[in-house]
Design a protein around this ligand. Structure first.
Ligand SMILES: [Cu+2]
Length: 279
C-alpha cells in the first residue's frame, strides 16, 4: 500500500518534470532586428532597453520600442508597462502627447508606443522618462534623463487656436518622401493642461505643399488629412520633384471652422503653420 502510494507520487513528480522539459522555450532572438538602441534604463532589478529606428529621440513624433531584461539576461515576456515623459524646465514642468504601451503583434518580448516631444532638451532643461511596470503581481519603476534632439526640418507645430485651445499637430509620415503622391499621416492633440494632451477627433488637417524656392509652385492631387480607422489623420501628399517643400497647414474643427493657418494665395505666400520636407 505504502509502496504503491510512493510509486504514484514518484510517477507524478516525473510526469511534472517531463512536462516542464517539453514546454518549448520562447524564442526572443532578433525581435529588435532593424531597430537601434537609444538608451538602457536600469533600476537594479531589470534593465529596460529603449529602441527607435535610428537610435535617437527627436522633436516630433517618435515611435519607441521597449524590451525588459532580467539580471541574468533573459527577456521579460509578461510585463504591463506605462510611461510618463516629463520635461524639467527652469521654471516649470510639463509633459507631452504620448500613447499607452502595448505588446508588438507577433512578438514575445517587444513593446511599443509613441511619444511626441514638442521641444528639445538642452544643458539646463531636460526630458525625463518614468517607466512603471508590473511583472506578475510585482510593481517596478525606473526613471532616467533622456536626450531629445531638435529636428532638422519642422515636423511639429504648436499653437493657440481661434477657439482659445492650445494644439499640437505632429507629422508622422512620410519619413522618406519620394517624387510621387505620398501617403501622409499626422496626429492632432489638444493641450488640456501642462501634463495632459488628449488626441483630438473629427478635425481636418488641410495641406498645401509649395516650393518657395521655385516661384512657390504647388502640386496636384493632394488630399487633406482626415482620421482613418486607427484614428490617425491620413491623406495624400503630392511632391512633384526633389528639393525643399513647405507643407502649408490649416487646422479645421469638426464643423469646418479654421482654428489656425491661412490659405496660400497670390498675395499670401504661406501659412503661419507648416511642416517642412527636403529630399
Ligand atoms: Cu519644455
Amino acid at each position: 500500500m505504502n509502496f504503491l502510494k510512493y510509486a504514484g507520487l514518484i510517477m507524478l513528480v516525473l510526469f511534472a518534470m517531463s512536462c516542464k522539459k517539453e514546454s518549448t522555450p520562447i524564442d526572443n532572438t532578433n525581435e529588435t532586428e532593424g531597430l537601434t538602441l537609444v538608451k538602457t534604463i536600469a533600476n537594479g532589478t531589470q534593465s529596460i532597453n529603449l529602441y527607435t529606428a535610428n537610435g535617437k529621440l527627436t522633436v516630433g513624433y517618435n515611435k519607441v520600442f521597449l524590451q525588459i531584461k532580467n539580471a541574468d539576461g533573459s527577456l521579460v515576456n509578461n510585463a504591463q508597462l506605462s510611461w510618463k515623459p516629463l520635461m524639467q524646465m527652469m521654471s516649470m514642468q510639463h509633459a507631452c502627447p504620448y500613447s499607452a504601451i502595448t505588446k508588438v503583434a507577433n512578438k514575445n518580448s517587444l513593446y511599443e508606443g509613441y511619444i511626441v516631444f514638442q521641444m528639445a532638451g538642452n544643458a539646463t532643461e531636460y526630458w525625463e522618462l518614468k517607466l512603471d511596470y508590473t511583472i506578475g503581481s510585482t510593481a517596478y519603476a525606473a526613471t532616467s534623463k533622456i536626450d531629445v534632439a531638435s529636428a532638422s526640418k519642422r515636423n511639429l507645430v504648436s499653437f493657440l487656436g481661434t477657439d482659445n485651445a492650445r494644439y499640437i499637430v505632429a507629422l508622422v509620415s512620410p519619413t522618406s518622401p519620394k517624387v510621387a503622391v505620398n501617403d501622409m499621416q499626422a496626429m492632432v492633440f489638444k493641450m488640456q493642461d501642462m501634463l495632459t494632451f488628449p488626441a483630438v477627433d473629427g478635425y481636418t488637417v488641410k495641406i498645401d505643399p509649395r516650393m518657395p524656392g521655385m516661384g512657390n509652385h504647388g502640386s496636384p492631387n493632394n488630399v487633406h488629412l482626415t482620421q482613418n480607422a486607427n484614428k490617425i489623420y491620413a491623406g495624400k501628399l503630392s511632391l512633384t520633384m526633389t528639393g525643399y517643400w513647405k507643407i502649408n497647414l490649416q487646422l479645421a474643427n469638426a464643423t469646418g471652422t479654421i482654428l489656425k493657418g491661412e490659405e496660400v494665395t497670390s498675395t499670401n505666400e504661406g501659412s503661419t503653420i507648416y511642416f517642412e520636407v527636403e529630399f
